[in-house]
Structures are given as C-alpha cells and as structure tokens.
Design a protein around this ligand. Sequence first.
Ligand SMILES: *[C@@H]1O[C@H](CO)[C@@H](O)[C@H](O)[C@H]1NC(C)=O
Ligand SMILES: *[C@@H]1O[C@H](CO)[C@@H](O)[C@H](O)[C@H]1NC(C)=O
Ligand SMILES: *[C@@H]1O[C@H](CO)[C@@H](O)[C@H](O)[C@H]1NC(C)=O
Ligand SMILES: *[C@@H]1O[C@H](CO)[C@@H](O)[C@H](O)[C@H]1NC(C)=O
Ligand SMILES: *[C@@H]1O[C@H](CO)[C@@H](O)[C@H](O)[C@H]1NC(C)=O
Ligand SMILES: *[C@@H]1O[C@H](CO)[C@@H](O)[C@H](O)[C@H]1NC(C)=O
Length: 905
Amino acid sequence: MRGSYNGCGLNVLSLLIFVLSQFVEGFSVENYVQKPAPGPIGRERIDLNRGWRFLRSTTNPDNLIYDERPDTLISNETVILKPWILPSANNFINDPAKQHERPDGNPGSEVPFVQGSFDDSEWDIVNLPHDWAIKGPFYTEEDAIVGGGMGRLPIHGISWYRRKLSLDRADKGKSIYLDIDGAMSYAMVWLNGNLVGGWPFGYSSFRLDLTPYLKAGEDNQLAIRLDNPTDSSRWYPGGGIYRNVWLTKVNPTHVAQWGTFVSTREVSSQSAEVDIVVDVENNGDTDSKVAVSTDIHAFDAVTGKAGDKVAEFQREVVHLDAGQKISINSSTTVENPQLWGPLPAKTPYLYIAVTKLFDKHKAIDTYETRFGIRSLTFDGERGLSVNGEHIRIQGVNQHHDLGALGAAFNTRAAERQLENLQNLGCNAIRMAHNPPATELLDLTDRMGFLVIDESFDCWEREKTANDYHLLFPDWHEPDLRSFIRRDQNRPSVIAWSVGNEVGEQYTEEAGAALAQKLHDIAHEEDPTRPATASMNYAKPNMSFPHAVDLISLNYQGEGIRDTPPYDGLEGITTPPLYPGFHKEFPEKLMFGSETAATLSTRGTYLFPVTNESSAPALDKEGGGGDPVSRRVSAYELYTAEFGSSPDKVFATQDDYPYVAGEFVWAGWDYLGEPEPYYLARSSYFGIIDLAGFRKDSYYLYQSRWRPDLRIAHILPHWNWPDRLGQVTPVHVFSAADEAELFLNGVSQGRQTKEASNYRFRWDDIVYRPGELLVTTYKDGEEWANSTVRTTGEAGQLRLTADRTDIRADGNDLSFVTLEVLDNEGNLVPSADNTTMFSLSGPGEIVATDNGDPADMVSFATTERKAFNGYALAIVRAKVDSSGTIILRATGMGFQHAEVILQSEV
Ligand SMILES: *[C@@H]1O[C@H](CO)[C@@H](O)[C@H](O)[C@H]1NC(C)=O
Ligand SMILES: *[C@@H]1O[C@H](CO)[C@@H](O)[C@H](O)[C@H]1NC(C)=O
Ligand SMILES: *[C@@H]1O[C@H](CO)[C@@H](O)[C@H](O)[C@H]1NC(C)=O
Ligand SMILES: *[C@@H]1O[C@H](CO)[C@@H](O)[C@H](O)[C@H]1NC(C)=O
Ligand SMILES: *[C@@H]1O[C@H](CO)[C@@H](O)[C@H](O)[C@H]1NC(C)=O
Ligand SMILES: *[C@@H]1O[C@H](CO)[C@@H](O)[C@H](O)[C@H]1NC(C)=O
C-alpha cells in the first residue's frame, strides 16, 4: 500500500516534505543494552550478539557459492544457491509476477558446518558486531591482494558464524524471525541444516522467517555463511556480521517488518496532521481478526522514555486470512506540537507512536515508531527550509567505518564522531554511499542532524570487478525498497540518494531512464521526500538531471581542474556548474553533495608552500606531497586532482547564494581510498583524522560555520630547527575580518580579509624560534588572540579520557588521548616516539591509532608510535564487571602517565 507518488509536487518548486520517524520495534534507543528491555506486550526482541563461533577461510571450504562471479572458479562440484536466496527478497518486489519461487531441495545441507552435530569448539569465539579484517595485519606490498583502495586489510574470504538458539515452551505457536542489520557480504542462513534464505548486499538490513525450521528446546543450530570478495568496493567494506543481530518473537498476527509509516502535514506550532499507515500481517495457518490502535506520546530519546499521550488514531478492526497482509491508514491531529529541527538553531523533539493489536480485549502485539513532526521545503532560490525557516546545509560526507574499530558498528564511537562534527558547526551528514547502521540514525534523529540517506555507489555499470553491479539486476528493487521502508520514519532523513557518481551518467538516455526508474521506486515507497543521485559528470543539458528532484553536484559546482594550478592534469575539466544548472533547473534545490576533497596529513607541513588558494597535491617542490613519507602538507590548500581547497569552495558558494549548502568530502578520515598514496591504508580527505584528532581545516570550517565563535587558529607549529632564516608561511583561520601577526613581539603586518578570502596568510615570514601571536578584530572590535611557541624537547606524557565513567556492557568505550609534552606542558608537535599502553582492571584495550594514514602497524597492538604529538587508545569495559580501570602509557624513558576510568554495570 505504499502510495503511488503523485507526480506534481516534486517538479514544482517548494516541495513540502514532512516527517517521520523511526521504528524501534519495542527496544531501547541504545545498543549498549544487551538484555531485552521488559518488552512491550506481545513482542520480544532479543539481542543475539554474544557467543558465536567463527571460522574464516581464504579458500572455499564448502563448494557453495551465491552465483558465478569474475573472481571465482566454478567446478562441477560447486553448488550455486542463488535460486534459493532470491525468494528472501519477495516482500520488497512489488510485481507479483517478478517474485521468486523457491525451488525444491535443500542445498548445503550436507556441509558439516550447517549441522548441529558439527564440533566447532576449535573455532574462535566472537561477539557481534564483528569485523574479522580490522585486526590486520595490513598488506604493505605494491600488488597486494587487497590494495590501498580497500584499506590493505584482509577483508576477503568465506566465513561461517555458528551459534545455538533456544526455543521456550512459551514460544510455541509464535512467529520467530532473525533480523540481521548488516552482514558483509552474500549472507546465507541455515537453521537445523535447512537453508532459510539470505541477502547478498552487505549494507542491507534483512529479516528471515525461522518459524518453519525451529524445534522446541535449546538445540537449534544457526549457521551463517558470508563470502566477501576482493575488488568489491572503492573503500574498506569490512568483513563479517558487522551490525547487530536480533531474534524477534511475535504472535502470528503482528505488525509487519518496518510495518509503520508515519508522516506529517500542515505543520505549524499550533497543530500538525499526522498520517499513519500500519501493515498488519498474519503469518499463521488460520485467519484472524484484530483491532488496531495507535497512540502518540512525546518521547525523550536520551532516557528512552515515552511521555504524555498527545493524540490517538481511530481504532480499526481488520480480518486477515492466513498469510494475508493488510494496510490500514489513519490520520489525527497533534495540537501545539514540539517540532523537530536540526541543532543548533532548532531542537530535535521526538514523538513515539505506540501501535497495539488486540485479539478481543487482549493485547497481542505492541510496535513502537519514533518520529518527528517537521516540514521541509526545497526551493531552487531559497534552498532548504525546516519548519518554514531557512537552514543552510553545513554538511559532511561520512563513510561507515569507525577507524581503528573497523566496520563493526559501535554506538559510542559513532556518537563521538557526531559530537566532534556538531562542535565543528556541522548540521548535516551524507551517508556515503550505502545504508548506514540504524543506530547511527537514532543518533542523527536525537542529536538533530539533517541526513541524505544513500543506497548505492553503482548501478549496472561497474566501478570495481566484484561490486554491486553483479547484484543490481536482481536486487536493486528489494535493496532500495527495504532501505526506504527501514528508514522512512526518521525525522533526520530529508532526502533519498539512489546513486553516487554512477556510470549511467555517461550513457545518455539509457542511463537517465535507469535513474528515473530508481527515482520512481523511491517515490512509490515514500511520496514525502525527494529522491536524488549525485552527479560528478552529468551536465545541465543532459537527460540525467531531469530524473532527480534535487541537483546534487559532486565537485562540479565549484569547478573541476578549472584553475591554472590544475592545468595539464589528465581528466575532465569543468567550469563551476552551479549557474548552468540553476538556469536549466531554476526550481530545483541545488547543493554540493561532495565538495573540497582537500588532502592533508594532520600536523605535517611541507615547504615551499604554494602561493595559490587551491592546488593539486603533487610530488614536486611546492606540490605539497611527499611520496616517501606518504604525507600531504596540512596548509589545507592541496587537493585531489579533481578537488578544491575549502577556500575555493566557499568562494563559489558565496558567488551563487541560491546554492543550499555543501557536504564536504570528508568529515572524518576513513579506511581505504588513500588518495594520493595508495601504499597507505586510510584517507587524507578528512577534516578530522582517523583517530579523531582535528586537522587544521577543522578551524577553517569552524570559522565559517560558527562565525560567532571567537577563535583564531595559527598554522604551522613553530618548531623548525632546520628552517632557521627560511621563508615559513603562517596562516590564520578565524571569523575575524582583521588580524595582526607578531613574531617575537615584532609585527609582521596587519591584514584585512578581502571578499573571497577565507584565511589570513603571511607567506613571507622568515623562521626564527620563539613565539607567534595573532590578534584579531571583527567590525573594529577585538575578536580573539592566539599564540604558538617553539617548544622544548619531549619530556612527559599525558593521558586524557573523553569519558572516565563508562558502562560495563561490553560495548561502551573510552577514547583516551596520549599527548607528548615538553617539560612546560606544551605539545611537542613533531613527536613520533613509541608508547606502550597497558591496562589493569575490568577492561581491555580494543585498539590504538595515531591518525597517520601511512602507519601500517595493526590497530590491535598496544605499542604505538605517537604521530605529530598524539596517539589514541580505545578502552572497553568488560561485561558485567564494575570497577576501576587504570590505563598506563610508558616509553621514551619518561615517567609513565595514567588515567583512571570507572566502569559500572
Ligand atoms: C492510504 O494511504 C495511501 C498512501 O499513503 C493512499 O494512496 C491511500 O489513498 C490512503 N487510503 C485511504 C483510505 O486514506
Ligand atoms: C567433476 O569433474 C571431474 C573432472 O572433470 C570428474 O572427474 C568428476 O567425476 C566430476 N564430478 C562430478 C560430481 O560430476
Ligand atoms: C552540453 O553542454 C556542453 C558544455 O557544458 C557542450 O560541450 C555540449 O556540446 C552540450 N551538448 C549538447 C548535446 O548540447
Ligand atoms: C604564484 O607564483 C607564480 C610563479 O611565481 C605566479 O605565476 C602566479 O601568478 C602566482 N599566483 C598567485 C595567486 O599569486
Ligand atoms: C590580544 O593581544 C593584544 C596584544 O598583545 C592585547 O592588547 C589584548 O589585550 C589581547 N586580547 C585578548 C582578548 O587577550
Ligand atoms: C623521540 O623521538 C625523537 C625522534 O624520533 C628522538 O630524537 C628522541 O630521542 C626520542 N626521545 C626519546 C626520549 O626516546
């Protein structure tokens, strides 16, 4: 019953979009919680994350495969399982004629790993979320099986996960589902030797019905097979069941998977119309009759508590035949609603809709849907408005990995990323380039970020040999529909992106037709939000942009290789295309879906420095790159060959004020794609490095995005014993309009920031040790001062925890920063000495890092070199054991440093 989209709204300016929610299926907000909360009546959602046995093999141990693939040799003994897996998609294929029928037979049943009698006691014991590849080791050779693009980690191979499930007597007659939030990749599931189904796309969340295969008692054997090819991605995908897994137990008649859609209309501070669609399904053998009621309550996402009831939908009685699914629509009014909006200008208020099914007067199911009440307006001239007020998009792109923790999702690690981004002044995230963890969307809803939720990085045309193009023909419809149904109630999600830089931009009408098809699927599922696909090649006079609701430009907005420093580089040259697209599509909101692609290594400065405001990073004098150390200068002027400095992007956005804003490539550094040095492991694009330390660009964005913040950030550091008497440019990032720089008390000149200048730069400073002081002014008033001093030798270590009290739930983390200081307590900015971390008490060191893309030491080690003065240790408390955890850092012959953490059950 997903309404068909009524074509007019989106092609006309000012599409009103309303919001939605998020489904929680009766579980608490935090994924820290391991035990099921005292569940809503009639429904249990049990965390299945603990106690798995795990085996990985780089050769095929079982002769099974999903389908033929370029990287595999098929023998006459290989069993192809695709025909048995495809039916798992049926709920997400709308045309009944295209749904799949399961063939006879039970392939794989002879494989020992699927059998209860198989002895897996030699296998590793693992908990989920699990990423088998992250502990490494890194491949360092030139022609490694997994190269720099995919992070040089052992992501490939076939793996098996096994565990037992127990079925209580009370479960008799229930429908029991396995819900897998993400498994990388080609998941196939057996229960008690029976092939249940599977889902190949590693970023999709999916449900399998275990009911027919379960037996009473504790001895149900679950076995999950994954197969993760090389050359499957342009970045690090991770490997394993890297998101949460749940067992859902319900009455045969229940609210279906992702079975509610809440949207809002006519939103004002006085009232809002709320529409709900509830899908009820009867998975049993007999018909049933149920009453369906839904109440709306205020919701506090921090405590997870529902507040007062504010409205209700009319109760309805429905009859369901065995196997039938029915949709019920209803509308109601919420008076004086508290509207959802992004921080800091607005508050992300949430509501929760509690749907109950009654058999006579007995409640037999309870299903909770978190949502927000808000209106969105997308306008070609005015950009984005939320609840009628203009909000400039100050966004970043984020990949799914969590640095040293890999792809294994962790709520606290994701929250830390968002906290740092919020402090930066960022209000929007583009989920590059695939469906994110649902818990990340819990955070964006609660913390008030705007989200572009993206499904695919490629369609039919491949980017790498084993990427999604292999799955696209069979799976694009179910992957896209299931993705939207999963996320459609999220207030933070403002738009769907159905593709990133797809090859179909190059195929004229055929490519545009495919774009239109995916766009139409998105609208069938969700008529309330625009659908887009980002364009790094398509031009205003092509067909492709006609198939998208929003003009989402990757790099083309500010121009590609269009200024003199980029002359002579290979590849397309594009002038700034914002004006061209605006002329052709004046009604469509336009934004930079990827901007900048500035490259830098935190705390690294190479000389001489370009005099330009944007230049490609090149391995030559003044080019900003050092191929030996694999570092790029952090003056934040050097870019990927297709990129632009932040300054150049800001200038273009200011030239074309109808542009709604930007999503910087990238917020945090991520694993893989180490442009320009593919012998490294992780990216150079981030505003924040892989370990979470701020690069200089952090302050450049902060001074633009939080113009009221009184900061003046000086670069570089001032420890240059080898540069005595040499020109060493000094740049300052600040929202001020005037600045004066002093070196050892002597003025180096006062500067006024001209229009289209976004930094103060003194490019002729001759290095002498001592102190740099900058004093800044805005509108003639003093604004902010700052100083940078030449430091002494390293003399001490300091440890600082981001949080000293953590929960003993096996998931919560403390991120501990190590700083190498001189005897006066100044950070020694080039210190690269090695530290040993050790720990006592009920915790463990999960990983260490330092943010250097070229550091090829495994994240799992406790010995770590500092990088430009900093290192990071990530500490996790053990499950169920409160106590004091002491983390120590030793090394370099100094007194050790320690930090004390408390873990509490
Ligand atoms: C139910 O909702 C769908 C889409 O939201 C719409 O097409 C349909 O007309 C609605 N039906 C009723 C009875 O309101
Ligand atoms: C597979 O092929 C090999 C040689 O090509 C042959 O010896 C073997 O009997 C075949 N196995 C099956 C199961 O057909
Ligand atoms: C489209 O515009 C580009 C310039 O942006 C031009 O080179 C090309 O010839 C145009 N193509 C058509 C079909 O008009
Ligand atoms: C930078 O220096 C080069 C070479 O001296 C000169 O050609 C160019 O115009 C300068 N660019 C700027 C922006 O000053
Ligand atoms: C900034 O530095 C100047 C010059 O040393 C001094 O006069 C002024 O008081 C300082 N302002 C602040 C806010 O510290
Ligand atoms: C720290 O490292 C630097 C350079 O790598 C080295 O010169 C210095 O001796 C080291 N300090 C200690 C205390 O190990």
